[in-house]
Design a protein around this ligand. Structure first.
Ligand SMILES: Cc1cc2nc3c(=O)[nH]c(=O)nc-3n(C[C@H](O)[C@H](O)[C@H](O)COP(=O)(O)OP(=O)(O)OC[C@H]3O[C@@H](n4cnc5c(N)ncnc54)[C@H](O)[C@@H]3O)c2cc1C
Length: 467
């Protein structure tokens, strides 16, 4: 079996792995990036491209009042205080550096917007496929090696239990890679991992399967075998907001954060629409056909932003996925929703929006405590039928703030690191838009910096072996 040697072995080429690989290669390490599929980018290149950062130049230019303290509070509230504070603090301590590193590497944050779990406009939108292509080019330019269609199948350990490398299965058979300063699991979640979903969240198999084709939970399983602890496994939920005929192309709409309501086929609302779209994703599975129909009017429709994920109603209407009618009754017929009940539901909502009082599902804002309810009254009216999309799992191996994988006995596994969606404990019960691409980049940077430090230390020790 052939063997390759390197300083740092990164498994998985999404935002987490690519950030780690690029940064480490630029720091002078000999880095191998192994990717299971034939294409780079995993779920990252299918994503909406939103990064959550606070205190940025773009926020200041848009007059947004935000802070690390508010960011922390939002993360804890949306996560129901189940998140690991050490991971959250590591994110907040490194977000500015990461944001600047991304900009220095050519990333343009083209739009700042509020979204799931945020109480200030904190989502920074990027053209994510361009971001990933650029970071990979910079990795190659710094001398990094990429192995496509190389799936890590087994972690290699020495007699002391230190992870020294990985076995890879590739087009030409099996090979081994050894890494002096660490093996980094950046293998993403298991949104395509039917076996693991069956174990941890069988109810979620009703959601539309999505996410990177290679995201079946390999990294989680390999770390599990070595005794890794896990976190957040019970909070897996699809994301609400995708048309039932969503194919391979990203199609999530969050018209409810700017004024739509969500009704079931019976025409009734069933959840406070201002909550995290992961919470909505879990709730919609209990409705008939797993369907929730976003109902909005011309005022909301005018807020569409073509080309910007989550906000692009123009493209969805052109695709024939958004219905339009002059009256609510006609709209209900088109969308196969009970017409009488829909009219009554909208009338009650409009009454609360104009005169105040208690909303029937407890909604008091448009999005996570921000924005006043606005009546749905300006014709034409629109309906977007949507289901839960299994985009992400946001749970997995426990790590320290330095990305070391932690065992069930609370010890780190020497030589093994995990970053990105394969990690559990960061989000807690639900999810804030932008915090996953954000954490991939933040912890990618952290893990690369740590590896560079180990390499520097080893260069000054007689044995030359990393600590
Ligand atoms: C439709 C959609 C929209 C989203 N929008 C946003 C958003 O706007 N903002 C946000 O923050 N998050 C968003 N997310 C979530 C976010 O995209 C992911 O959580 C994030 O990209 C995960 O990054 P990652 O690097 O950890 O994993 P991935 O990007 O999934 O990369 C993991 C890679 O590892 C590879 N791999 C797996 N197993 C192995 C193995 N054994 N050996 C080698 N390679 C392996 C996979 O093939 C894959 O390429 C969205 C997700 C989806 C699907």
């Amino acid at each position: 079996m052939s063997t390759l040697n390197c300083d740092l072995l990164v498994l998985g080429s999404g935002i987490a792995g690519q950030t780690a690989a690029t940064h480490a290669a630029e720091a002078g390490l000999n880095v191998i990036l192994a990717e299971k599929t034939a294409a780079l980018g995993g779920s990252t290149v299918m994503s909406g491209g939103w990064f959550a950062f606070s205190g940025t130049e773009e926020q200041r230019a848009a007059g947004v009042d935000d802070s690390a303290e508010l960011f922390l509070r939002d993360m804890q509230e949306v996560g129901e205080y189940r998140n690991d504070p050490a991971l959250l603090h590591a994110y907040l301590d490194h977000q500015d550096e990461t944001y600047r590193w991304l900009k220095e590497h050519g990333v343009v944050f083209r739009e700042v917007e509020i979204s799931s779990g945020q109480s200030a406009k904190r989502g920074h939108n990027t053209a994510i496929t361009d971001v990933m292509a650029t970071l990979h080019d910079q990795f190659a330019a710094a001398g990094g090696t990429t192995l496509l269609e190389h799936r890590a199948t087994k972690l290699l350990t020495d007699a002391d239990g230190r992870v020294t490398g990985t076995r890879l299965s590739g087009p030409k058979g099996d090979s081994e890679v050894t890494a002096r300063f660490g093996v980094v699991l950046a293998t993403g979640g298991f949104s395509r991992g039917t076996e693991l979903l069956n174990i941890f969240a069988p109810g979620q198999l009703q959601a539309i399967p999505f996410g990177g084709r290679g995201n079946t939970g390999d990294g989680l399983r390999m770390a599990w075998k070595l005794g890794a602890d896990m976190a957040d496994m019970s909070f897996i939920s699809g994301t609400y907001g995708s048309h039932p005929e969503t194919g391979e192309v990203h199609e999530l709409l969050t018209a409810y954060y700017v004024g739509a309501i969500i009704v079931n086929k019976g025409g009734r609302r069933f959840i406070d629409e201002s909550l995290s779209y992961k919470t909505l994703g879990a709730a919609v599975l209990h409705e008939e056909d797993g369907l929730g129909v976003q109902i909005f009017d011309a005022r909301v429709r005018a807020l569409s932003h073509r080309g910007i994920p989550l906000k692009d109603m123009d493209t969805l209407e052109e695709k024939g996925h958004v219905f339009r009618a002059d009256t609510l009754a006609e709209l209900a017929e088109l969308a196969d929703v009970d017409p009488d009940t829909l009219e009554q539901t909208v009338a009650r909502y409009n009454d609360v929006a104009t005169r105040g009082g208690d909303d029937e599902v407890g909604r008091a804002s448009l999005c996570n405590g921000v924005g006043e309810l606005v009546p749905i009254e300006q014709a034409p009216f629109y309906a977007y039928p949507a289901k839960s999309l299994m985009t992400t799992t946001y749970c997995g191996v426990k790590t320290s703030a330095h990305a070391e994988v932690i065992t069930v006995e609370g010890e780190s596994i020497p030589g093994l690191y995990a970053i990105g969606e394969v990690v559990g404990g960061f989000h807690g019960a639900a999810y804030m838009t932008g915090s996953s691409l954000g954490k991939g980049a933040v912890f990618g940077l952290i893990v690369a910096q740590q590896a560079a430090q180990r390499a520097a230390l080893a260069a000054h020790t007689p044995s030359g072996v990393g600590a």
